[in-house]
Design a protein around this ligand. Structure first.
Ligand code: ADP
Ligand code: MG
Length: 314
């Protein structure tokens, strides 16, 4: 079976694809008999298959030309896989300890083959909800942000390199537009995809819509997001884009990557931790209010990031 034009894969055609692709089949020692292929499907946008054999494993991620969790009624370019692969490789070069290695990329098929982050890796958001402590997370995330942001900015790169890369990532316009819409516009007005716990939060949602001071501030942030090509940012750095064990921290899913303001990544991550902090009351058990951990974590994150960032400068 030839894969010369795009088609969505399923478990069966994926097996054919792997057999026809040496960079993938070699990862499992060319043994196909006892291979397990499982679509994990908890993502919002794409299809993710975990492929495990007796001699190795990998993950296949394929982008389809629409938003998975909405369906074909919300078209979305499958070229996002190209920008995700590009960012994974660039971030992986700068910070190999915290980014899964890319084994294979097929632009025609919008498909990435990468390292399988095997259990006990779980999505950080799930770990935080479960109240698991991650003593190395602050250090690891600081290293990831400091390295990827500093070394892709003009603090390190030449103007020529920087402009070339900015131009390349301008192609990720559809994903940028999606962020502009769902982060900087929709929450502040009546919009089709907004939802909240109604009727309990109706008044809060209305208060946001009617707060002109807030809307002016957000318009300023939106302008920075659109206009400030400062560094290659991940673009979606929430706790659902980080997989962890107590010893390992891996940043996945940079399909929204482009040259934007560093503060967007840093703010998204810290903002998600603050959300997790306030959600703890709902998850905490008696005798374990969990609050101390997050406070220590936040301050240690700020300290590590500042320290690392300034150390690259000298
Ligand atoms: P989407 O872009 O659709 O949001 P993600 O990249 O977030 O997709 O992946 C969806 C899910 O697939 C993740 O939440 C995670 O559970 C799993 N996953 C993705 N990449 C890997 C990986 N390299 N190793 C193990 N699991 C992964
Ligand atoms: Mg995603």
């Amino acid at each position: 079976m030839a894969f010369t034009e795009f088609r969505p894969l399923d478990d069966k055609s994926l097996l054919e694809y792997i057999k026809a692709t040496p960079s993938l089949s070699s990862k499992i020692g060319n043994k196909f008999d006892d291979l397990t292929i499982k679509e994990v499907g908890d993502g919002n946008l794409n299809f993710v298959y975990i492929v495990v054999g007796t001699s190795g494993s990998f993950v296949i991620k394929q982008a389809l030309p629409y938003v998975r969790c909405i369906g074909e009624s919300w078209p979305m370019t499958k070229e996002r896989a190209y920008f995700e692969a590009l960012a994974l490789k660039e971030h992986g070069k700068l910070c190999p300890d915290h980014v899964p290695e890319v084994y294979h990329f097929d632009r025609t098929m919008s498909l990435i083959g990468m390292r399988y982050l095997e259990p006990p890796h779980i999505i950080l958001r799930k770990g935080l909800i479960a109240g698991i402590k991650y003593p190395l997370l602050a250090e690891h995330m600081s290293e990831f942000m400091a390295k990827t942001l500093f070394y892709t900015s003009l603090l390190y790169r030449t103007t020529t390199e920087h402009k070339r890369n900015v131009a390349e990532f301008c192609g990720n316009v559809e994903l940028c537009r999606l962020t502009e819409q769902v982060v900087f516009s929709d929450p502040y007005k009546v919009s089709k995809f907004n939802h909240w716990t109604s009727p309990y939060l109706d008044r809060d949602a209305e208060a946001v819509r009617e707060d002109n001071t807030l809307k002016l501030e957000v318009a300023g942030l939106k302008s920075m997001f659109c206009e400030r090509a400062q560094a290659l940012i991940h673009g979606d750095l929430h706790t659902g884009s980080v997989m962890v064990t107590p010893n390992s921290t891996q940043v996945i899913d940079p399909e929204f990557a482009f040259y934007g303001p560093m503060g967007f990544d840093i703010g998204a991550f810290v903002g998600n931790l603050i959300l997790a902090f306030f959600a703890q009351d709902g998850h905490a058990a008696e005798g374990n209010d969990r609050k101390v951990c997050l406070c220590i974590f936040l301050s240690s994150l700020c300290f590590h990031s500042l320290f690392l960032f300034s150390s690259y400068w000298v």
